[in-house]
Design a protein around this ligand. Structure first.
Ligand code: ADP
Length: 396
């Protein structure tokens, strides 16, 4: 059936892509262009179980999309199946409460949000502009990481600072990972009928990590804020801390505000504490061979994730489900166990054997018999959500 979607995810220095067929159920091809903006840019295509890597001469987002177009020209059978392009967009501000078909108004809207996401928005706009040029006959959609959290109440999304910062500058909590949370909410409703009328906690734990409370299918609170720095400790981000620390860091090392923020965004979190790596797998291996700093970093990550889950849970009437997702949530039995150990007071418990033996990539209920809350591992699928949104916007 002719219903394939090219999904494009432009980061500041990378571009991930995939072609999804059969209502998003089948990945025909996927890949990544890496280290964009440097002399070492490469693009890798994964197709029919084989990897093809090429250097990217110009190393730009534009040259990456041109390579994807060239690949499609060499694979006309796949090219002919394409009906649209779906773009992942990090920040939709208050303008975009749902996904949108891209036209000039939508491009202007994304441009207006650029001050809130200065690293990502220019990359998104480059990706959109070049795909509109190279795929002029295909409808294109924008799917926003922030949209799912537009249901937060004023009490939740406002920062307790003078109101004119909100009125004049739109400074407020936006939240991210929304496409993942929307997918998890829908997937849970497929496997547990009625969950769309219940209270659900989700921990999306990857290199970037956040939590979300979903009350009757709608986001009621989330840990990330105006930027993804707020909330949990992450791979290289500190997460929430006393804001005064920023000025202490600036003065201690004679840094500008942007440089000090860079410390909190890129040199903190698991990396900053372990002084070894931002990668959970590397830290677990180090912990197993006796590295105490790696264990400290992981345990700090876990305790903050648990505290934050308890915090966002205050917006729910009951905590019926807790879902772990993202690279760490899906794969680290150690962190799932420690996080749940800290949630005993909420009557949340897991079966240690089920947790340890959880097969990779599968949806699984790991709750203990006594747990009041069902605890799940559910692999996320943001590309599927982007493809489905694009198909649905094209059809309407
Ligand atoms: P991103 O935020 O970049 O999308 P991912 O969701 O891909 O991140 O998650 C990356 C994280 O998942 C890394 O810290 C990685 O070490 C961790 N991870 C992946 N597989 C495992 C595993 N088997 N055990 C522990 N951690 C894992």
């Amino acid at each position: 059936m002719k219903d394939s979607i090219l999904v494009i995810n432009c980061g500041s220095s990378s571009l991930k892509f995939a072609i999804l067929a059969n209502a998003g159920q089948e990945t025909l091809m996927e890949g990544i262009a890496d280290q964009l903006g440097s002399n070492n840019s490469t693009i890798t295509f994964k197709y029919q179980g084989k990897k093809l890597q090429k250097t990217l001469a110009l190393g730009s987002h534009e040259s990456a999309v041109k390579e994807i177009k060239a690949w499609l020209d060499l694979h006309p059978a796949i090219n002919d199946l394409l009906v649209g392009v779906g773009h992942r967009i990090v920040h939709g501000g208050e303008t975009f409460k749902q996904s949108a078909l891209i036209n000039q108004d939508v491009i202007n809207g994304i441009q207006e949000c650029a001050s809130l996401a200065p690293l990502h928005s220019p990359a998104h706009l480059k990706g959109i502009n070049i795909s509109l040029t190279l795929f002029p006959t295909l409808p294109q959609a924008a799917v926003f990481d922030t949209s799912f959290h537009q249901s937060l109440s004023e009490e939740q999304f406002l920062y307790p600072i003078p109101m004119d910062f909100y009125r004049e500058h739109h400074f407020r909590k936006y939240g991210f990972h929304g496409t993942s949370y929307r997918y998890i909410s829908q997937r849970l409703a497929q496997i547990w009928k009625g969950s769309e009328q219940q209270g659900v906690l989700v921990a999306h734990l990857g290199n970037g990590a956040s939590t979300c409370a979903i009350n009757k299918g709608k986001s009621s609170d989330t840990s990330m804020g105006i930027t993804p720095l707020e909330g949990l400790m992450m791979g290289t981000r500190s997460g929430s801390l006393d804001p005064s620390l920023l000025t202490f860091i600036m003065k201690a090392k004679n840094l500008s505000a942007d440089e000090a923020l860079d410390v909190l965004n890129k040199k903190s979190g698991l990396l900053g504490v372990s002084e070894l790596s931002n990668d959970c797998r590397t830290l677990e291996e180090a912990m197993e061979s006796g590295d105490e700093r790696a264990k400290l970093a992981l345990d700090m990550f876990a305790i903050r994730a648990a505290k934050n889950l308890a915090s966002v849970a205050t917006t729910l009437e009951s905590i019926d489900h807790l879902v772990f997702t993202g690279g760490i949530g899906e794969n680290s039995s150690y962190l799932r166990q420690v996080i749940c150990n800290h949630l005993k007071a909420l009557n949340i418990g897991i079966n240690s054997t089920l947790n340890k033996d959880a097969p990779r990539g599968e949806t699984l209920n790991i709750s203990s018999n006594e747990s009041n809350t069902k605890v799940w591992i559910i692999p996320t699928n943001e590309e599927l959500m982007i493809a489905l949104d694009t198909i649905s916007l094209i059809q309407h």
